[in-house]
Design a protein around this ligand. Sequence first.
Ligand SMILES: [Zn+2]
Length: 299
Amino acid sequence: MRNISVNNRNNISFKAGLTPSVIKNAVKYSAPRIEQAFQSTYGVNANFGYNHAAAYCCAVVSDIFDFLSKKFNLPFNAKPPNIRIFNDSDLLDMRNAGSLGFCITDSMPVLKGEPVFEARSLFLNGKFNTLKAINDNAEANFNGSKWNSTNHFLHTYIHEWVHNIHDDLLFKTFGYDGYCPMARSRYNSLNGFYYDPNPNVSGIDYIARMHNIKYSPEEKEVIAKEVSRYAAGERIPNLQQEVGGNPFEVVAETVTKKIVDVLDPDTLMPVKNPFYSNGKDDKIFQDIFNRAWYGIIGG
Ligand SMILES: [Zn+2]
């Protein structure tokens, strides 16, 4: 994706936030060209609905994960099968209304009048359609509240991408035994024969159980301190239910923070291995993260 998405990237500078010249440059990134490149390079079916800012963010994030895979041999190759922009009124399940974005774990219908989307498809809220709106929102979700783990404008895009990578890893480990033929052929085909990498466990049930894991008050405290309040799972004032606070959000918020911490502000590419911590990580948190990443239930 580099050569298409990069355009003027080397000439612009994303420091702490967005500069006026960056906002001016944003119009140069064309969503249709990025869609084309996603299709031809990775077979990713992207439809950004002319949301150039979201398309640009996704192209940069795809580049970041390619770089981390190649340079540090990290298991970050998985691309989402679909990337779509949504408006709240398009959604079949209003629980996702107002969210910045979401990634579906199993195949399901998501948008009104559209067929089923394959597992790991990404959906991004269309109301954030300029880099300034994206940046302001990222700042608002961090400053003071530390609700998210970073204030970077790429936060949501990296976070959702991590869900796609994590689900891919879990399906490869535990198998996909849901109903989606596309996902079945992606995860359970070996030389044309059906196989299940882990026949003793139903991958879909296993992942559903992971979603229901609740952290203890002590664990929540560590997660909130080391990563974010969303990762820890908290009730927010205008919402009845508690949000976040499961192994998937711990993984997405942690990996996002680690990556943002090593991004060069000018090139937006990592300058070192984000997981090289020099033994500085909190040991209890490290254990929580490892269990979440590898899908270890209990322990
Ligand atoms: Zn998430």
